[in-house]
Design a binder for this molecule. Structure first.
Ligand SMILES: [Zn+2]
Ligand SMILES: [Zn+2]
Length: 172
């Protein structure tokens, strides 16, 4: 099959973070997304990145969440499979016109329009001294070491978590 490129919009949260999921431990975190850091990541040509929770490396394209993959599949279906089905439907209808064939029911059922993904402002931001330009957001209940996504250096969660006491979000 030819390569087909499908444009998928993935939502960012209020701070511009993109949700990611570790292919190994399946925990979710968020990565600061910006065009400039995408370029940087490409220029330094790093082949693998590190899960902040289980420290396992994986290539850059392996961090999609299940929801994002599902969305991509639905988009692929709409872009690729549906036009093929419509084509087939037209052929069936033209066959039906000259009555020598049995009538073929050519009703097709299409997938419902996929619901756009949404992103909530959860998780807590962590800044890494080694790569301050690549902050992450992690589960706020995480107490173990957190690894830098870029180089895998581990830090105690209490050290890199943005101080939640200052936010005063638990008051009231
Ligand atoms: Zn992991
Ligand atoms: Zn680092």
């Amino acid at each position: 099959m030819d390569d087909i490129s499908i444009e998928m919009k993935v939502p960012l949260d209020g701070d511009g973070f993109l949700r990611r999921e570790c292919p190994n431990c399946e925990r979710q975190f968020k990565l600061k997304y910006s065009v400039s850091n995408t370029e940087t990541l490409e220029t330094i040509d790093i082949e693998s990145y590190y899960c902040p929770y289980c420290y396992e490396p994986a290539s850059l394209d392996s961090w999609w969440t299940k929801e994002q993959l599902e969305q991509a599949q639905q988009l692929a279906f709409k872009e690729v499979v549906e036009p093929e089905l419509k084509n087939l439907q037209r052929q069936i209808q033209s066959l039906n016109r000259n009555d020598s064939f049995a009538q073929i029911d050519s009703k097709l059922e299409y997938l419902e329009e996929s619901v756009p993904l949404t992103e909530v402002d959860d998780m807590v931001k962590v800044d890494f001294p080694c790569h301050p330009e690549e902050p992450l957001k992690i589960d706020e209940t995480w107490k173990q070491n957190v690894a830098c996504f870029v180089c895998g250096i581990q830090y105690p969660a209490s050290l890199v978590k943005e101080s939640s006491e200052q936010k005063d979000s638990y008051g009231g």
